[in-house]
Design a protein around this ligand. Sequence first.
Ligand code: G4P
Length: 544
Amino acid sequence: MTTISSQEASSLDREIFRRRTFAIISHPDAGKTTLTEKLLLYGGAIHLAGSIKARKAARYATSDWMEIERQRGISVTSSALAFDFEDHTLNILDTPGHKDFSEDTFRTLEAVDSVVMLLDGAKGIEPQTLKLFEVARMRSLPILTFINKVDREGVDPFNLLSDIERTLDIAALPFDWPIGSGSGFRGVWDLRKQEAHLYESVDHGGEKASERILQADSPEIGGILDSLPDRSAFQDEIALLSHEGTSFDTKGFLAGRVTPVFFGSALNNFGIEIFLRTFLEMAPPPRAYQSDKGPVPPDSPHFSGFVFKIQANMDPQHRDRFAFIRVCSGRFLREMSVTNASTGKTLRLSKTIQFLGQKRERVEEAWPGDIIGLHDPGVFRIGDTLCEKGVFHFEGIPSFSPELFARVILEDPLKRKHLKKGLDQLSEEGAIQVFQLDPQGERDLIVGAVGALQLEVLKFRLEHEYNVKARLDPVGYDRARWLTGNTEQIQALSGTLDTLLVYDHETKPVALFRNEWALRYVVEKYPAIGFHGTSPRAFHEGRG
Ligand code: G4P
């Protein structure tokens, strides 16, 4: 055990203060890949944008299975990216979208300190953004909003602000305002500093856009404003919004009740730098995490962290898994010995990886807010706490309600043991959840997933890794609620139409519903039952 010197303590503080760990939440096609790439470009981690997109494009030109494999591959390599911008280190965590939208996408938000909500300016709030927003809100994460694609026609900034406020019930306060839109989009007006940021597009945004900043009283401003379709309307808007902006509620922002809004075009690099700089100023550094022994602040001198994602390699020849850890406190050093609080076992952490820009590297040292990948010979589970000193458990990561459910039908009923082993291991990775019709697990098993790809992957892996051929028959339920409260009433649910009573892996009762209507009916009829969209958040108990 090492004791930390005062010099090391001050470097710990400095490293914590420098870090920003966040995720971008958006609906597919809003421009998350493009924005991520542009952030890397501005951070100097890449020199010419276009490479991440090229990889992404390649993944669509494949057969079904290859697509799954590639998507999993891509998810591994982009689980978390670290890069520096001036004095800061940023960690961007990927929230997989498209077909690989899964519980991982939700769980990623357990490991970040803030969120960037990215919207397509022509579309506003879309379903996947809404789902992720709800998870961010549950965690009270601070949210900054970037409205993308302002270079497209038909973007109405005021409508977008009211869409955010109405749909998400969060106050939306613009920090900058588009100067022109569509093909006439020139730049953004910084509402705090009262200056115009004007850009020239550069060859499809492969390099930083050249930017000119003009103060409000600059003689050139007149010409810029005259080029707008309605100069006086723009000036009225600026006057109105500048007034509103004087009372920004920082506390409300940190608690996720107010979101600052920025406009731009990720493709053309318009509005990126002003957004990035304000993000660094506003987004909080690594926070304290709750444990069963009280809050663990990031500057506590000993390393601790938790597993928020487990990624298995799809290649059956190499069954290696990686566990992704969020560092919560202290300094991580490769080769250090830690206790896995869930098993009580001591582990030496030597096989470590981190993704820096586009490079995959061995991690020698990491600080609170950083994400490290650990080679996992099957010893980790989602939610495990690793401690350098003492033994404590961080709050458990809840399970989120799946949206697709299927009954598992074995082709060979004698393979039930294999099936259970396979399902246990695959649910530990967190891609699927397993429910049983009876607490003892003797009757049929039902699997649930958030995305369709997970069920395809499940079937494939059962067959290829566990030698179990199974059919997955869809059952027509689309949401689950964990139940608490009156046991008699909970039992009575089993006779209700359009509702199925099942048990999760900890034999906690869960009800599956066919639709929103069925859920509402039951909620009204059984007031003594508590209905929860996620499994109760608990401290992980030890496992042998
Ligand atoms: P995603 O990761 O959120 O799914 O979105 P992605 O970045 O892949 O962007 C989706 C599409 O939107 C891409 O077009 C991308 O070029 C475009 N896009 C991103 N930002 C902007 C923007 O600020 N303005 C405009 N006009 N378009 C933007 P694509 O045609 O699907 O791909 P590509 O041919 O451009 O590569």
